[in-house]
Design a protein around this ligand. Structure first.
Ligand code: COA
Length: 662
């Protein structure tokens, strides 16, 4: 039986020993006192039983458990005949050095000596062993709890050989872990550095009175899609641990300014869940309960503001050759359970926007760590702005743009942008624009879901659209007006029945036919400066492209009458209150919001989106029972798709689904 040794039987140590035992190793588990070892084995047994209940281990609990051999205070005996030693003792350099020198003395000459340290220099630890052994000393950083967290960071010290890194990756794979390589022994490696930036940003926003704890956490959870908000996560991990790791990183040269709110909690010993109170209150010490964080709390928070410092850190790690872009993103996705890595997020936010945000941070705080990394500046200068230009940290299918007479059409990966482009006429909808919109919608519907999954319609200049072009009305006969009206109505119905979601971005005036167009979209996101209305009454006529039908359905009969009878323009916020727009954002953030919402929808199964859209749009027009039948039929049809298999199997395998629209 292959042999391994784990030194230190605390939370990390016993978890690592359990992994080796499951993988078929005989593991010597060492600690200074028998009682620690007894408790450790009880914990391992409990964890193994959980795995057994879920059918996740092949052997029975006692067989696996019997492979762990407790050893009291004798590193030398424990490491006899082992292939690998993993040290997980207290984070004290002297203690670690002692363990390493002892292990070096007694382990076979080719045994790997790994440390699970999260805060101490690997190189200094390596210097406690004989020079011949130093190439075999390496960092092997597990995440808590080791049996469940899928990631191991492998850290190279000054002496670590490539061969050792390769071997440790193989060991980790045998333990069922995925690995990333950290080429330089920087404090915090990858995951803790990125996490520290998010925690600091979150904390400083609150400390400076720019947001509340709930607002920040809500934005991180509901807008960025992180599994926990920064404050909940700190409470969950233990704020004492956050302070400890933060201090250690700071002492080793990590540029940062500890945020007073975190420091205060540590001084007050309000460590989070373990003490019953941290940033939130819990029912009892050690008892976690999700704090109340309403989804709407984060509405006004710009998540890119919270994430930009993490992106800056990731750019630093990449530029310095500390890790590859793939490993940086992978580490954060697996170690922190983010849906996307920081570099992938940066490409979505836009590198120019990230630089701008960091400059804002730098200026507000005066802190050097917010200075945009030279790599980001260089990318911004070269126009490598991320998804929107086809190249950022990753390469994307290049955005294609074409200019028609009245429209600009841009194809970005997954998103078609239709931009109304008659700014001098406030994007008034002319017969030519109607014709071009038809054509573009036809073109999009013919396209594969690989290319376009979501359509965004917005405008250039001061208006989304100030309505149908009234100059076309001059001298028209009742019958031509009737036909024009029908044509617009049919165009808007086409949007309602398009087989993919359409988002309207209301960048300014959204009046008359402009509002009627917007109401046919599946979602409306408005700039704070937008104004909406049906002003036709002021010209002596009425809305003729669906306004009298869609507006009452959206906001109710009497509110609709108020808008249509008075012809008044209302500001975006008022429209939001009435339910006429889904969301209002600062004008300079509109494009970013549209893109991030479109990208979110683009990850969903396209056929299911289409079916949901049909069931809602057509079902609502039918008696409820007919709508129900439609819903059931659409539901049934989806079970002929590959996407359903992908969705359900990914859920069971706890991985992210990749929908193809097939
Ligand atoms: N059809 C044709 N042209 C239009 C238009 C429309 N619906 N809306 C605006 N324009 C033109 C204006 O005539 C003006 O052209 P000009 O420069 O040749 O004079 C240009 O767009 C800029 O508009 P202007 O009125 O000068 O801008 P403003 O900032 O003073 O006012 C509005 C903006 C939106 C309040 C105003 O243009 C307006 O009320 N437009 C009509 C809205 C309407 O009734 N729509 C329903 C039509 S069915």
């Amino acid at each position: 039986m292959p042999k391994a040794a784990v030194i230190g039987a605390g939370t990390m140590g016993h978890g690592i020993a359990e992994l080796f035992a499951i993988a078929g190793y005989e593991v010597a588990l060492v600690d200074v006192a028998g009682e620690y070892l007894k408790r450790a084995l009880q914990n391992v047994e409990w964890s193994l039983k959980k795995f057994a209940e879920k059918g996740q281990i092949k052997e029975d609990v006692q067989t696996i458990l019997s492979r762990i051999k407790p050893v009291v205070n004798d590193v030398c005996r424990a490491v006899e005949g082992v292939e690998i030693v993993v040290e997980a003792v207290v984070e004290d350099i002297e203690v670690k050095k002692k363990v390493f020198s002892e292990a070096d003395r007694c382990a076979p000459p080719n045994a790997i000596l790994a440390t699970n340290t999260s805060s101490l220099p690997i190189t200094e630890i390596a210097e406690a062993v004989k020079p011949e052994r130093r190439p075999l000393v390496v960092g092997m950083h597990f995440f808590n709890p080791p049996p469940l967290m899928p990631l191991v960071e492998i850290i190279k010290g000054k002496y670590t050989s490539d061969e050792t890194v390769k071997k440790v990756a193989e060991y980790a794979a045998r333990l069922g872990k995925q690995t990333v390589v950290v080429n330089k022994d920087v404090p915090g490696f990858i995951v803790n550095r990125i996490l520290a930036r998010v925690n600091e940003a979150a904390c400083w926003m609150v400390a400076r009175g720019e947001a509340t704890i709930q607002e920040v956490d809500s934005a991180l959870i509901y807008k960025a899609g992180l599994p926990m908000g920064a404050f909940i996560l700190m409470d969950f991990t233990g704020i004492d641990v956050v302070c400890f790791i933060g201090d250690a990183m700071l002492r080793r040269g990590f540029k940062s300014h500890p945020c007073p709110l975190i420091v205060e909690k540590c001084q007050q010993k309000k460590f989070g869940v373990k003490s019953g109170e941290g940033f939130y209150k819990y029912p009892a010490p050690g008892k976690f309960q999700w704090p109340e964080v309403p989804k709407s709390a984060g509405d006004r928070i710009d998540v890119s503001y919270l994430l930009a410092p993490a992106v800056n850190e990731a750019a630093y790690l990449l530029r310095e050759g500390i890790a590859t872009r793939e490993d940086i993103d992978k580490a954060v996705k697996l170690g922190l359970n983010w849906p996307k890595g920081p570099l992938e997020l940066a490409d979505e936010i836009g590198i120019d926007a990230v630089v701008k945000t960091l400059e804002e941070w730098r200026q507000k705080t005066g802190y050097e760590e917010y200075e945009p990394d030279p790599l980001l500046r260089e990318m911004a200068a070269k126009g490598k702005l991320g998804k929107k230009t086809g190249e950022g940290f990753y390469t994307y299918v290049k955005a294609e743009e074409k200019k028609l007479e009245t429209l600009i059409v841009r194809y970005e990966p997954g998103i078609a942008w239709i931009i109304l482009n008659r700014p001098e006429r406030l994007n008034a909808i002319s017969p030519k624009m109607v014709e071009e919109l038809w054509k573009v919608l036809d073109e999009i519907e013919q396209m594969d879901y690989d290319k376009v999954r979501v359509v965004v319609i917005t405008g250039t200049g001061r208006a989304f659209s100030a309505g149908a072009d009234v100059t076309a009305f001059m001298g028209a006969t009742p019958i031509t007006i009737f036909k024009t009206s029908r044509k617009l109505q049919m165009l808007f119905e086409r949007i309602e029945s398009l087989d993919r979601p359409v988002i309207c971005g209301l960048n300014g005036y959204t009046l008359g036919g402009g509002l009627e167009l917007a109401m046919s979209c599946d979602f409306r996101i408005a700039a704070e400066t937008a104004e909406l209305g049906q002003p036709e009454i002021n010209l002596g006529f009425i809305p003729g492209a669906g306004g009298t039908q869609r507006l009452p359905r959206l906001i109710g009969r009497d509110r609709a009458k108020e808008l249509i009878f008075t012809g008044d323009r209302i500001p975006a916020r008022e429209a939001e209150r009435l339910g006429l727009v889904n969301k209002v954002v600062p004008a300079d953030k509109l494009e970013q919001e549209l893109r991030s919402f479109a990208n979110k929808l683009a990850e969903k199964p396209p056929l299911a989106l289409a079916m949901a859209k049909y069931a809602i749009n057509f079902g609502l027009e039918a008696p409820q029972w007919a709508g129900m039948m439609l819903e059931a039929a659409q539901f049934g049809i989806l079970f002929s798709t590959e996407d359903v298999i992908e969705g359900v199997s990914s859920f069971l395998q706890k991985k992210k689904p990749q929908f193809k629209g097939r």
